[in-house]
Design a protein around this ligand. Structure first.
Ligand code: HEM
Length: 414
């Protein structure tokens, strides 16, 4: 086995998610990487890649590695505590990412804020905004779905979810766009610093919103629920509320944007699946997993870092090295899925790992699926005969995902 591996070309010659070939068809490269074995060193990223589901799930479940960006060997130095700005206080001091015990406490006590009642209430708040977007769009012959609809959804859902009053919207808008850049390993230090400053401004705004909400709590409102949880649980403080909201912005904005465009694209490429996918919120929930499997939009994976020099899956890891889990490598592997090239929204996923697994399972999964269902249903309600207006051009500049530059749709309205 080792001998065979030595005669193979270096994996970076066959797997390069930033290449044009990957962008146009990631499947052969993903299969090639998975064939290399359960854990593969990827020189260009100075990272280990975990390729197989049982190992990824074990890693998700037992968390032998750190999720804290500051544990990465190439992260900026962790500043001393007396130099922390609001940003470091939110991201280090009360980090949802850093300490496993604290993370579990945060997840346990905040579960009521993600309960069905609260998600229903959030949906009721988002629905008029989504309808307004389509009203403003009117009935053009053709339009860019990304510009007119998809790009506006993350902002609407985060602000409505958290309950940020409209007077703060212009100020908070920038951070929703740039927040994930604060720990993006692939961009420049200057860009990261500018994103960090946006985040500091956003934290000041969040503090004002929290102070206002303490004066006037609202029933079934996400933030009011979190403040009630804060009052009832020792160890869960205002800093945790702020960190959690930032985590929602960080984890919820780009993912939503990618999910929006792929949902529309995949359904329009497979129009026989539209009705089944939108039959009910539950049907859509499964359809969304299939849309993601079929589309294979990921370029990277889920990052973890070795907290110390350690052995992991038979390899010696140096402290701080990045380990990327890549569940998407399996998505067109016939060993996992029969007829992988066919999109079948009724395909059974067992287990369904679209939103992760174990202690870090996506907090926003229910909300993400609901907001997608709401928007995509509205699209097909308004434009039942809609089609792609040509094959959309893919955007080479996105580091994390295969996305489209534009998603031009022909409404075919009479
Ligand atoms: C379709 C869109 C989405 C997908 C596919 C998705 C997927 C995931 C996955 C796979 C994880 C686990 C990551 C890991 O193990 O490193 C995760 C975590 C997370 N997601 Fe999502 N997500 C989506 C949307 C959202 C939204 C809309 C929100 C917020 C409203 C959100 C909030 C979070 C948070 C806070 C975490 C971290 C949980 C923790 O560490 O305990 N996600 N998501």
């Amino acid at each position: 086995m080792a001998e065979a591996a030595a005669t193979l070309p270096p994996i970076e010659e066959l797997f390069n998610p930033h290449s044009r070939e990957y962008m146009n068809d990631p499947v052969p490269q993903c299969l090639e990487l998975a064939r290399r074995g359960p854990i593969v060193w990827y020189e260009p990223w100075q990272a280990w890649i975990v390729t197989r589901m049982p190992d990824i799930m074990a890693c998700w479940k037992t968390e032998p590695l750190s999720s804290d960006f500051y544990d990465w060997e190439f992260a900026p130095a962790r500043p001393p505590e007396d130099e922390w700005s609001n940003f470091e206080r939110a991201m280090i001091g009360h980090s949802l990412l850093a300490d496993h015990d604290h993370h579990r406490l945060v997840r346990r006590v905040t579960a009521p804020a993600f309960s069905r009642n609260v998600v229903d209430a959030i949906q009721r708040k988002i629905e008029p905004d989504v309808k307004r977007l389509f009203d403003e769009l009117g009935t053009p012959d053709s339009f860019d779905y990304i510009e007119e609809i998809a790009s506006k959804i993350p902002f609407i859902s985060i602000t409505r979810m958290v309950g940020i009053p409209e007077k703060y919207w212009p100020d908070i808008k920038q951070v929703i766009l740039t927040f994930t850049e604060t720990w993006n390993p692939t961009i420049s230090d200057e860009q990261r610093e500018s994103a960090r400053q946006d985040s500091n401004r956003a934290i000041d705004i969040l503090k004002e919103v929290i102070a206002e909400r303490r004066q006037a709590p609202v029933q079934d409102d996400f933030l009011s629920t979190l403040l009630k949880i804060e009052a009832e649980n020792e160890g869960f403080e205002e800093g945790d509320v702020i960190t959690l909201i930032l985590a929602l912005i960080g984890a919820g904005a780009d993912t939503t944007l990618v999910a929006q465009q792929w949902s529309v694209y995949a359904l329009l490429k497979n129009p026989d699946q539209i009705q089944k996918a939108l039959a009910s919120p539950d049907a859509f929930s499964n359809a969304f997993s299939e849309i993601n499997r079929w589309g294979v939009s990921s370029k990277m994976g889920f990052a973890r870092y070795a907290p110390r020099d350690m052995e992991f899956m038979g390899q010696q890891l140096r402290k701080g090295v990045m380990v990327l889990m890549m569940p998407h490598l399996k998505d067109h592997d016939p060993e996992y899925y029969a007829n992988p090239e066919t999109m079948d929204v009724e395909r059974v996923f067992d287990p369904d790992v679209m939103f992760g697994y174990g202690p870090r399972y996506c907090i926003g999964a229910a909300l993400a699926k609901r907001q997608l269902y709401l928007t995509i249903s509205e699209l097909f309600k308004r434009f039942p005969n809609i089609t792609l207006d040509g094959e959309p051009e893919r955007d080479e500049n996105d580091h994390n995902a295969i996305v489209f530059k534009r998603l031009q749709l022909k409404t075919n309205v009479a």
